[in-house]
Write a protein that binds this ligand. Sequence first.
Ligand code: FMN
Length: 189
Amino acid sequence: MEKKKLLIGVIVGSLRRGAYSRAIANALCELAPEGLELKFVEIGDLPLYNEDLDEDNNVPGPYTRFRGEIAACDGFIFVTPEYNRSIPAALKNALDVGSRPYGQNKWDGKPGAIVCTTPGTLGAFGASVALRQPMSFLNILLLQQPEVYISRVHELLDEKGKLINESTREFLRSFLLAFEKFAFKIASK
Ligand SMILES: Cc1cc2nc3c(=O)[nH]c(=O)nc-3n(C[C@H](O)[C@H](O)[C@H](O)COP(=O)(O)O)c2cc1C
């Protein structure tokens, strides 16, 4: 039977207290349409991926927790800043942890979307491009349009980190509706 609501893991690329990317992720949770339940999946406690840890029968608790949460999700929204024209190492590490042990890729075949944020002016475009490469290998099915690049992000938030820019809220609403439609299409296959 087709699900009425899909569980979407929200993965934030920044570990920083007060991260702008998390503020935007909070706004996405607030704006979620009826068919999507958005839930944060945290990545900050994941040890750097090391195959030995999977082989020693001593798998770190955070790996097990994270893999279980990823496996339970129907799809993912990655909300990330750009680090040196790429993605933060913590986010790449999370993708790696979720892809292993070999043959147990937890991301496989699920829908995903990218939201990039920066206080700069280039929309964190480099992070979006860089994230597409592992996503395609991991077979996370990417929502292609609309692309989401949020520049000058700090100017769109109030002092508590709430998204107060109405046109950005409207755009994120339309992005979420597009992702909802896309995710249900994949879920029904
Ligand atoms: C290691 C590092 C590299 C960065 N590289 C970029 C970059 O390539 N492009 C960019 O727009 N901002 C870059 N920044 C600035 C970040 O966009 C800024 O610190 C932002 O607030 C980080 O996102 P957050 O607020 O979600 O933590 C970099 C920041 C750090 C710490």
